[in-house]
Write a new protein. Structure first.
Length: 115
């Protein structure tokens, strides 16, 4: 499902300038799991030791963050929201070495502010 919530309507603040919150649907979340790839992890470690960048690692993390954010937007939209305020991310390493990324925020109905 492709979310219709615009990226600029998803903010870390409690308010979005130029808009008023007319309804809150509560806290929503989205999550993604980043599996542990022992082969890639080993070569990243070697690359770091010899001075190469960590671009692959960042790309994996960004992909997981993007997946969690897309799921968050979809879940908020299902409730009838057109925005998300108070966006937060959390990441934790699981027992098997994989990483879990969670995006959460308050799903809201935004109306243009009067004036």
């Amino acid at each position: 499902m492709r979310s219709i919530i615009a990226p600029e309507a998803v903010v870390t603040f409690k308010r979005l300038e130029g808009f008023a919150v007319s309804r809150s649907f509560g806290i929503v979340s989205g999550e993604a799991f980043l599996g542990r790839n022992l082969f890639a992890s080993t070569f990243r470690t070697i690359g770091t030791l010899i001075g190469l960048g960590t671009a692959d690692c960042l790309t994996d993390a960004e992909r997981a963050r993007g997946t969690a954010l897309a799921q968050l937007r979809d879940n908020a939209e299902l409730l009838g929201a057109n925005g998300i305020v108070g966006l937060q991310f959390a990441a934790s390493e699981q027992g098997d070495g994989s990483t879990r990324v969670i995006a959460s925020g308050e799903a809201v109905l935004l109306d243009p502010a009067p004036g």
